[in-house]
Design a protein around this ligand. Structure first.
Ligand code: FES
Length: 145
């Protein structure tokens, strides 16, 4: 497996950051992949418009774990606006790449962060649609196996 994955991917896969739950989270986003059955759950804590804490739980492949770990590190302490701009492409680049057939696993991380932020806005009584945009349909496959 190691020859297909960068050292950074292997490092985040074997030692993922920010794994767990936030019991009193301000927003929770869950995105699933109907095709492979992988599920990503992202918890955020927001303070003064910034991501004060973020944790994730995933029942997914190694690429999903590595991209989520890296994504949480990339949005920690950032403003909500900055966190919303995080793309799966930026996460893949930060990990020094992924095999082509695993690129789409990184979408779980990006979309679950957006879903958690959408949930945060909904809890504030704000319609998240104009701010967060369209999220992946949790019941539709978003990656190839
Ligand atoms: Fe399903 Fe990677 S997220 S195979």
């Amino acid at each position: 497996m190691a020859q297909f994955y960068s050292d950074k991917v292997m490092e985040h896969f074997t030692n993922p950051r920010n794994v767990g739950e936030i019991p009193d989270a301000d927003g929770i986003g869950e995105i699933g992949n109907a095709k492979c059955g992988d599920i990503m759950k992202m918890y955020i804590k927001v303070k003064d418009g910034r991501i004060d804490d973020v944790k994730f739980k995933t029942y997914g492949c190694g690429s999903a774990i590595a991209t989520s770990s890296m994504a949480t590190e990339m949005i920690m302490g950032k403003t909500i606006e900055e966190a919303l701009q995080l793309s799966n492409k930026a996460v893949v680049e930060a990990l020094d790449g992924l095999p082509v057939n695993k690129i789409h696993c990184s979408v779980l991380a990006e979309q679950s962060i957006k879903a958690a932020i959408a949930d945060y806005y909904t809890r504030q009584g704000i319609d998240p649609a104009p701010i967060v945009g369209k999220l992946a349909d949790p019941h539709q496959p978003i990656c190839e196996l």
